[in-house]
Design a protein around this ligand. Structure first.
Ligand code: COA
Length: 614
């Protein structure tokens, strides 16, 4: 066993590789690499030839070896095939004895689904009828969803956090004024960040900034190209103090653009509206920019400011239109006469990115559908924790052929762990099946590290216990301490696992159990909620244990009731969106494909600096 210390990590690398020490074997050679940071999900993405790292004496040999591995991994991807599996089918049949629970859950899920559909219809209207008329008739622009329809290969895209912005203290901001998601352009999954100018001229509220930053985060974490459709009046001025000054506020968008470029994450901007003040930096920092004639403008201060300063009257087009920026300033690289041309131009730019994708269908092979209907998930989505049914019933409706290779089936049974395939893609499933006890946590730790060893992505199905463990006796205190240690281990395993992680909150997301089950703070690649989900430190109805005074406890319960709802959470962007239970398999499958795409990027060894527009 040889040891190398990775040091001299560049700052931009450390954005992706956050702080913790990690040890990993490199393929068949038993090199141990100590790294003061968390690696991306696969070896090649952090010991890739293009990662700027410095090694102690063994440098050349190890990095040459890693280079070779990376190249052969990309080249041979299309020729590889998965090992055959004969996982057992799990019994997903519903015992009639639990029919009444199923019915109760179903009734609750239908109410939640109505709410979901109501919010969906609400956000699809954007800023409302008047703003839509102004946008299409007076400003002669396409609506944001129409733009995406024309840019993307198809409508089968994954929208992220569509309900972000609803129910905020400063009002309802439909889709946070900005649509984000992941869709295919010329066959390549790309993140899109598209302003909706019908929502207050596309200006950025604090939630808009948060949503844009999350989308960039998704692009960085999963190494996805990023396309900005910019149509924004810049900061929403009345809330400037919550947008401008802090680290994770407006300026971070531009900082990220540079870092993403340095990480070889391609970015393209389409200027299809105004880019005023801070917004002007999005296109100028993108690697390539397309601008639409008569519709797009880029300037730091608009015509009213010019008039105030110099008295001169100037049109937006003359001050910062496409002709000026394509011919004089060089701020943009492609001139489009009409919007449609800008989408075609962008699709062509995406074709120049150096990716080699597998042939269509080559990877998936024959896919088996689950043996049970996905609609049953509506009756399995627990109304409350006490209405939870066996997690295997849920797993059997998500996995190929309802097959599941259970791990430690007789130990720590309040956590279900095992391997399965989702649309042909191997995953390790960690599903809550009761309280996260001492044994369950040890089992979780073992399984998570096992998946990490084997580079198998993890799917967490989270439904945590609603109340904190109370200490009512010495015996209980001892049990709690053991549980604390085991949960701490599971949290460490989850935090440091370098494989992709996707979390779906299928019921409760409460307290410390939610951390071990890869909650938002544990940085899963994606986190979704079912509409019945509850997100709060303790669940409503459990505050009596914490607040002895009856009236105060009742008040707290009411507050918890309101604040723990899935839509409250999603409105604040604590997740990547609410999804219907019956769509879960499709969403998981898409996420797995999206994450895998990075393996097909052809990387060349060279110094990583951002692209500079000089
Ligand atoms: N802050 C707060 N509200 C703003 C805003 C800003 N920066 N820019 C626009 N708005 C509001 C307008 O008051 C209007 O609100 P209303 O619907 O309640 O009347 C709404 O957004 C739409 O603006 P409007 O000017 O009517 O629409 P438009 O499509 O003709 O023009 C802009 C949109 C963004 C091009 C134009 O409003 C503009 O240039 N705004 C100023 C941009 C600016 O200077 N930003 C600097 C930020 S640091």
């Amino acid at each position: 066993m040889h040891r190398c210390i990775l040091r001299g990590l560049r700052f931009e690398d450390s954005v992706v590789l956050s702080s913790c020490i990690r040890q990993q074997r490199i393929a068949d050679k038993k090199w141990t690499v100590s790294l003061r940071s968390r690696p991306c999900h696969s070896i090649h993405s952090w010991i890739s030839p293009s990662t700027t790292v410095r090694w102690q004496p063994l440098t050349h040999f190890v990095s040459a070896r890693a280079h070779h591995l990376t190249q052969s991994k990309c080249m041979s991807a299309a020729r590889r095939k998965r090992l055959p599996s004969a996982f057992p089918v799990i019994d997903g049949g519903l015992n009639p004895i639990v029919n009444h629970v199923f019915e109760l859950n179903l009734r609750n899920s239908l109410v939640c689904q109505d709410r979901y559909l109501k919010y969906k219809a609400q956000v699809q209207k954007g800023g409302g009828d008047n703003a839509t008329l102004r946008h299409t008739q007076r400003n002669k622009k396409l609506l944001v969803r129409e733009r995406l329809r024309r840019l993307l290969d198809d409508e089968d895209y994954l929208e992220l956090a569509p309900f972000a912005g609803l129910g905020l203290p400063y009002g309802d901001i439909p889709s946070a004024g900005c649509l984000t998601g992941i869709g295919k352009i010329n066959g390549l999954w790309c993140v899109f960040i598209a302003n909706d100018a019908t929502v207050k001229g596309g200006t950025a509220y604090p939630i808009t900034v948060k949503k844009q930053l999350r989308a960039q985060d998704v692009a960085m974490q999963n190494r996805l190209p990023c396309v900005y459709l910019v149509d924004s009046g810049g900061a929403f001025l009345p809330l400037q103090s919550e947008i401008f000054p802090d680290k994770n506020q407006g300026g971070r968008t531009f900082y990220n653009e540079a870092i993403m470029s340095a990480l070889k994450i391609p970015q393209v901007a389409i200027v299809c509206g105004s880019c005023t003040a801070g917004g002007a930096y999005i296109p100028t920092m993108a690697e390539e920019t397309v601008m639409v004639h008569r519709i797009g403008t880029i300037f730091l201060g608009g015509p009213p400011l010019v008039k105030a300063a110099t008295g001169e009257e100037v049109s937006p087009e003359n001050l910062g239109g496409a002709t000026l920026h394509a011919e004089v300033s060089g701020c943009v690289d492609h001139f489009s006469a009409v919007e449609q041309d800008s989408f075609e131009s962008t699709r062509n730019i995406i074709s120049t990115l150096n990716f080699e994708l597998p042939e269509e269908g080559e990877e998936d092979g024959a896919i088996e559908a689950p043996l049970h209907s996905a609609d049953d998930l509506m009756g399995l989505a627990p109304k409350t924790y006490h209405h939870s049914l066996d997690a295997k019933l849920i797993v059997s409706r998500l996995t190929d052929g309802s097959k599941f290779q259970e791990f430690k089936g007789r130990y720590g049974t309040t956590l279900l762990t095992g391997f399965a395939k989702i649309e042909g893609q191997l995953v390790g499933i960690v599903a809550s099946n009761g309280e996260l006890t001492y044994e369950a946590s040890l089992k979780g730790t073992h399984f998570v590290t096992l998946c990490d060893q084997r580079d198998v992505p993890l799917v967490f199905l989270q439904n945590t216990a609603p109340e904190p463990g109370m200490t009512l006796s010495t015996h209980k205190a001892e049990a709690n301490t053991n549980r604390l240690k085991a949960q701490g281990s599971m949290m460490s395993a989850v935090a440091c696992a370098s494989v992709p992680k996707i979390t779906v909150v299928i019921g409760g997301c409460h307290g410390a159990d939610s951390y071990a089950m890869c909650g938002r703070a544990f940085d899963p690649n994606f986190l979704f909620l079912w509409p019945n989900a509850r997100v709060s430190l303790v669940a409503p109805g459990c505050s009596e244990a914490l607040v002895p005074e009856e009236e105060e406890a009742a008040r707290l319960d009411n507050k918890l009731e309101e604040e723990s709802c899935a839509f409250f959470s999603s409105g604040r962007l604590w997740d990547d969106g609410v999804i219907l239970p019956q769509d879960t398999r499709k969403v998981l499958s898409n996420c797995l494909k999206i994450i895998k795409q990075q393996e097909y990027q052809i990387s060349k060894e060279r110094q990583r600096t951002p692209l500079l527009r000089l």
